[in-house]
Ligand binder design. Structure first.
Ligand SMILES: Cc1ncc(COP(=O)(O)O)c(C=O)c1O
Length: 483
């Protein structure tokens, strides 16, 4: 009879590698809930290790809540531990992982009981029960308001209702993004704002400029539109505007995409001098600026927005995704008023309008007064997570704005990001290398992006960071894979 044969990571102590293999095989479905693991002696013989190693590995898996051993009967896989039981203590932010099914290892067990890996690949606002609650309250309020329900069942025009645009303009102003309602149109998130701007203002084959490392959604939208995407080097002051000036002398781009407050990835902020130089170039060569402000930072960490320096040629992207909820898909595009008919026609041809229910949900949430404390909590939380990451990884080269969701970790000499990404994944920690952010085909830097805000809690994040630290101290061996 064949027995379950785990793949053990040779770089780890055997017993921990065994516990990790159990976790990975549960996650992949190879070990469904209720499966009996092989008797210890049989597995030890099959793997060529001592029985003691297997005993320790099973005990480690049990400590993590992956398995339960029953005296005289064997060791069994627990049910998927996936539900996040969230304490309802308002803004106290206590998250615990509870067991959803199967044999619960223990009520209120720590993060270690989770079979879920820790995914730090997505730039998400930190989880908090107030997020779900805010949405629930807004939906209940809508369901009880005949006027709001009427708005939600009706079509509306492509720019949204005037009072909604005014409310969003007021909110953006409070967040340090001063805009006037007449310059705004609603989009289905920041990504849709990008595609609208590219579709409305650029023809296939035209040149679009971005930093050498940029938001992957821009790269894919540009490819889809058949644009020529050109890279400009970045340094700690953001895009190299002198390099852009040299490019303009040879080839004038139609548009320059820039994340002035914090480049995603890496967090570089465009200095004021470069903002002025960029605006001067845009006026000299007559190109559009697409300023992406979706990765929100509070005003004290920001410079003067480009749309304020060059309102006549700058489109500014804003979204509720990083402040309220990504699933809402509500963005705001600020553009010179003269461009709005063109942008509106493009939105109409794509989808007529943003779903009125989404707009109504956001506006009701904002007027409820629940959004401001959530955002204030979030800002504190992301700053605390940055401090935490900087203290755990203080020996390495790190870059981030103080209130950024993400941390950019440059690997020390000789380490490779792909090997790190893979070794971290074996340990259940998922991060991103520089590869997806690369414009053009220059080699990517050996660096990792860690989305600190995506972790379920600071405890979870600490665990993930400790593993990153362990691997930085003892990096995976680089294997020779070709001649
Ligand atoms: C820089 C940047 N722009 C745009 C977006 C897309 O935002 P949305 O989720 O609102 O479509 C993201 C999402 O991560 C982003 O990081």
């Amino acid at each position: 009879m064949t027995i379950w044969m785990p793949m053990l990571d040779p770089a780890m102590p055997r017993y921990r590698a065994l516990a990790d293999a159990i976790r990975l095989d549960i996650a992949s479905g190879r070990l469904p809930a209720g499966t009996r693991l092989p008797p210890q002696r049989r597995l030890a013989d099959a793997l060529g290790v001592t029985v003691g190693t297997i005993t320790r590995g099973y005990a480690e898996a049990e400590r993590r809540g992956l398995v339960t051993s029953r005296v005289g009967s064997g060791t069994y896989i627990n049910g998927l531990v996936s539900a996040q039981r969230v304490s309802a203590e308002g803004f106290g932010h206590v998250f615990r992982v509870g067991a959803a099914c199967g044999e619960p290892p223990d009520a209120g067990v720590s993060w270690e009981a989770s079979l879920e890996s820790i995914d730090l690949t997505m730039s998400l606002p930190p989880p908090h029960p107030a997020r779900q609650q805010g949405m629930a309250d807004a939906l209940v309020a809508i369901s009880q308001s005949p006027a709001a329900l009427q708005h939600c069942v009706d079509y509306q025009n492509e720019f949204g209702r005037d009072n909604q645009r005014q409310l969003l303009a007021n909110w953006m102003g409070e967040l340090g993004v001063p805009v006037v309602a007449e310059e705004l149109m609603l989009t289905q998130g920041g990504q849709n704002g990008i595609t609208l701007a590219l579709s409305a203002l650029m023809a296939p084959g035209e040149a679009l400029v971005a930093g050498a490392l940029t938001y992957p959604g821009l790269i894919s939208a540009s490819a889809e539109r058949g644009l020529k995407l050109l890279r400009i080097p970045l340094d700690e002051e953001g895009m190299d505007i002198e390099a852009l000036a040299r490019l303009c002398r040879q080839q004038v781009p139609r548009m320059v995409y820039v994340m002035a407050e914090q480049n995603n990835p890496g967090g570089a902020q465009l200095s004021h001098a470069r903002r002025e130089a960029l605006v001067a170039l845009a006026r000299q060569y007559d190109f559009w600026i697409l300023e992406d402000g979706v990765q929100y930072l509070p005003p004290e960490e920001c410079g003067m927005q480009l749309y304020q320096l060059a309102p006549e040629r700058t489109l500014y992207l804003f979204s509720t995704s990083k402040l309220l909820a990504g699933g809402l898909r509500l963005g705001v595009l600020r553009a010179p008023v003269a461009l709005l008919p063109r942008l509106g026609a493009t939105l109409r041809s794509h989808s007529w309008m943003v779903a009125p229910l989404l707009v109504e949900t956001v506006c009701t949430w904002l007027t409820s007064g629940n959004a401001a404390p959530l955002i204030a909590w979030q800002m504190e939380e992301v700053r605390a997570r940055q401090r935490l990451a900087h203290s755990v990884l203080n020996e390495w080269s790190l870059a981030a704005r103080p209130s950024s969701f993400d941390l950019w970790l440059e690997l020390p000499e000789g380490q490779r990001s792909q090997a790190m990404v893979e070794s971290l994944a074996i340990r259940g920690i998922h991060v991103t290398s520089a590869e997806p952010f690369c414009v053009g085909n220059e080699p990517p830097p050996q660096a990792l992006r860690l989305c600190l805000s995506a972790a379920a809690s600071r405890e979870t994040l600490t665990h993930a960071l400790e593993i990153v630290r362990e691997l930085l101290l003892a990096p995976p061996a680089l294997r020779c894979t070709t001649l």
